[in-house]
Design a protein around this ligand. Sequence first.
Ligand code: ADP
Ligand code: G6P
Length: 489
Amino acid sequence: WERPDGRPFRQRLLVVANRLPVSAVRRSEESWSLEISAGGLVTALLGVKEFEARWIGWAGVNVPDEAGQRALTKALAEKKCIPVFLDEDIVHQYYNGYCNNILWPLFHYIGLPQEDRLATTRSFQSQFAAYKKANQMFADVVNQHYEEGDVVWCHDYHLMFLPKCLKDYNSQMKVGWFLHTPFPSSEIHRTLPSRSELLHAVLAADLVGFHTYDYARHFVSACTRILGLEGTPEGVEDQGRLTRVAAFPIGIDSDRFIRALEVPQVQEHIRELKERFAGRKVMLGVDRLDMIKGIPQKILAFEKFLEENPTWRDKVVLVQIAVPTRTDVPEYQKLTSQVHEIVGRINGRFGTLSAVPIHHLDRSLDFHGLCALYAVTDIALVTSLRDGMNLVSYEFVACQDSKKGVLILSEFAGAAQSLGAGAILVNPWNITEVAASIGQALNMSAEEREKRHRHNFVHVTTHTAQEWAETFVRYDVSLCNQILFPPDN
Ligand code: ADP
Ligand code: G6P
């Protein structure tokens, strides 16, 4: 990317997301430690390197006192992060409430739980007000740090109001918005009481992006059906102003995973894991402990497989790493108990004194531990009931160039559109089908595995996070250049 006079130029980018790439843990009044946050958004954005980027977001912690805020701001500045401080009430209503109890289940086609429906309906207005207030707080921080020529890239369902807030501040600001979840059919979006306000607010952006063409199409048809606006091949038009809408499938920093496999500590870990699971095929699930990931369905399918294939019972193990997430939301607490109950029952049923069929860990693994586990896996099981993309499937493929294991992948994950030809696609609701696919994967010939892996490996290593970000940010490059380098410059 060059300036008109040929000198290289690094675009300044303000990345705005609810979650910063690091979460803060308070050690003492003025001392903080920072840990990498989990989730696909963070993973992908950490893979984006070729911009002069600042990250604006919430550090996942309530900091009521000014001294603490000052100290945390300083610690985050070293990571090029700028905090937005949200108080407990806002977090409760905006993050736990509107974002994770309303938008998240709705965008993933999961209805509200029966007992929550009325309560949520009653608290809807106050939660939506908190959502707008929180978005305004993010906009205030962006505005303080914005410099002419910056591209402001807003991320995800937490910040659908942000493009409007930013354009209200400065209509010349270049604003993009990207959704990391599915955008549901307009029939689903139609049920949101705030449906029109949200769509209008997103349309204030210059460019709106989704992981897949289907999500983009759903968004455009929601604008047409709900707002009566015209959809064009380029996007959505409102009173002569065009908001561009397009699909930008995300990727990972595949080189980082491939390189990690060479690290001596990872190789040592791989040796240990091979020893521990010797004589058994390793099946792996890595997920946030979220209702969209289909973890109970995955485990029940594994149980069915064991039931129907007694000869495999002592020759296969399922390792499920499930990092707890959004633990203040009741639905997530219920899911944790449900998963524990099912795992306990199946281990009781098929376990022996020396081995259990399921190793379930409620925690996050560090990067090297995760890479080692991916590398020794024979079959990865991704059974999301809906998923924007699912980067775990990409990470698994990146780490499998020597083993060439099999990916069993839900057809409801965005990744099914990119890795479908190499994976075994399944409907996670159909436990019989998933159980049969485990059998198919275990019995697959080496040639077939090689062919499928090659397809996916080429995709994962060529469609990277960096390429994704460049495509998005440069999409409006002609417009950006006019602002960055006005003709008389
Ligand atoms: P989501 O964004 O919904 O969490 P993705 O599959 O796209 O789903 O991304 C999840 C990211 O979080 C991946 O980078 C994955 O490595 C990481 N992750 C998920 N669970 C764990 C875990 N238990 N330990 C470590 N990392 C995890
Ligand atoms: C998904 C969302 C991200 C979110 C992540 C982790 O990937 O798309 O926006 O950051 O889950 O969830 P959390 O609520 O912990 O940020």
